[in-house]
Design a protein around this ligand. Structure first.
Ligand code: SF4
Length: 398
């Protein structure tokens, strides 16, 4: 693939901080040489983080899945069960609070409360749970849910999305994780999630949240059969809202996992496509501060590479994850390994808060925290023999 003068010009302009159009982004995505694209994205990252460009961040968090019952039946999803089917489960509040306690004991700072669209769970359910979590663990940040859950809970409770946002925020939700974005353009969204709200509605709800003071991250599921143009259109839709609100803290693309779902893995994004989207996101989303590389769905080496393609964050040590692992993502890590991965990629690791402030900068490997319980677990866990809260029992996922 040659690098035409036109593409080189656009790459140079982007590397110098100029805004590029969706058409230019699509050209670069399709045709720019991979390394040139990565170099330009890295230049943009370095400029944005001048002074701390040697740092790459991570967070310690836990996904807490409260139910797998879901009426929305997305075709890519390996996690949900139809509400009256065998295999449906819900978790009670005590169990959820125990998982929060384990998270705190292991130095986690954030939980992602994540589950299906349960036919009975309206705003009141989330208010009750967030208030209980905050009462017992005020130090835990509740970074959870997204526009799809807001749309669903508002419908169940017969209130507007804005009222639902106000109420769950008042009860303790700190920020939205941006779940349910999947693919925002209509054609691929209908193909994989026909019962979800439209992409425009998803964005409208996130925009309302930002205006109500609840910031969020944004996500993209890639590899379910969308076109290159649709991937760039997804980015454009996010950039336009961000121009108005500035409420998206980060963009987090991840790849479709093919096991145990109705799409049956007919299509998948390649790792090169993933790296290209990371780089394009850094260049095109000039108004979004953080780009997260994901090793959970792409593997650790690709996670490391993403740090050279524009990513400034390498996700989390996820103390529990049941959703993408149900669909086949089997990569695990622990804190020490994550620190090593980041250092081997030429960066200094820093544990961050949900809002991306650096909590601990691990300048000296000799000072690395030694706790072999801080490990990513697929399908539950957690602190067998833990010392911080020895009274806690290890709780099973399901
Ligand atoms: S992705 Fe979410 S909304 Fe869709 S089926 Fe799975 S749990 Fe339900």
């Amino acid at each position: 693939m040659g690098q035409s003068a036109g593409l080189r010009h656009v790459l140079d302009r982007a590397a110098e901080g100029g805004r590029i159009s969706p058409e230019e982004a699509l050209d670069l995505y399709r045709s720019a040489p991979l390394h040139a694209l990565g170099r330009a994205a890295d230049a943009v990252r370095r400029r944005r983080y001048a002074g701390t460009e040697h740092i790459a961040t991570y967070i310690i968090e836990r996904n807490i899945n409260y139910t797998n019952a879901c009426v929305t039946a997305c075709k890519f999803c390996a996690f949900y069960a139809a509400p009256k089917s065998d295999g449906v489960w819900t978790r009670d509040l005590d169990d959820i609070l125990r998982r929060c306690a384990e998270t705190v004991a292991l130095g986690g700072t954030q939980i992602m409360f994540q589950g299906g669209h349960h036919p009975d769970y309206g705003v009141e359910y989330y208010e009750r749970h967030f208030a209980a979590i905050k009462k017992e663990f005020p130090q835990l940040v509740i970074h959870s849910l997204g526009a799809s859950e807001v749309e669903h809970m508002a419908r169940i409770s017969g209130v507007t999305a804005e009222e639902a946002i106000r109420r769950i925020h008042a009860a303790g939700l700190d920020s939205f994780a941006g779940a349910g974005a999947e693919l925002l353009p209509a054609r691929p969204r209908k193909a994989i999630a026909p019962l979800k709200e439209s992409g425009e509605r998803w964005l409208e709800i996130m925009e309302s949240a930002h205006r109500l003071g609840v910031e969020s991250t944004s996500t993209m599921l890639m590899g379910t059969g969308e076109t290159n143009a649709e991937r760039i259109e997804h980015l454009r839709m996010i950039r336009d809202v961000q121009d108005r609100t500035g409420g998206f803290r980060a963009f987090i693309p991840y790849t479709y996992q093919p096991e145990n779902n109705h799409l049956k893995g007919r299509t998948q994004a390649t790792l090169f496509e993933y790296l290209r989207i990371i780089a394009i996101a850094r260049i095109f989303l000039d108004n979004v501060a953080h780009i997260q590389g994901s090793w959970l769905t792409t593997g650790k080496e690709v996670g490391q590479l993403s740090l050279h393609y524009g990513a400034d964050d390498l996700g989390s040590v996820m103390l529990e994850e049941n959703v993408v692992s149900s669909a086949g993502a089997k990569h695990r890590s622990n804190r020490l390994e994550l620190l090593h991965l980041i250092r081997a990629a030429g960066r200094v690791p820093a544990q961050r808060a949900t809002t991306y402030e650096h909590l601990v900068v691990h300048e000296d490997p000799a000072q690395d925290p030694v706790d072999d319980r801080v490990v990513s677990h697929l399908s539950s866990t957690a602190i067998e023999g833990g010392t911080a809260h020895p009274e806690l029992k290890v709780v099973a996922a399901n």
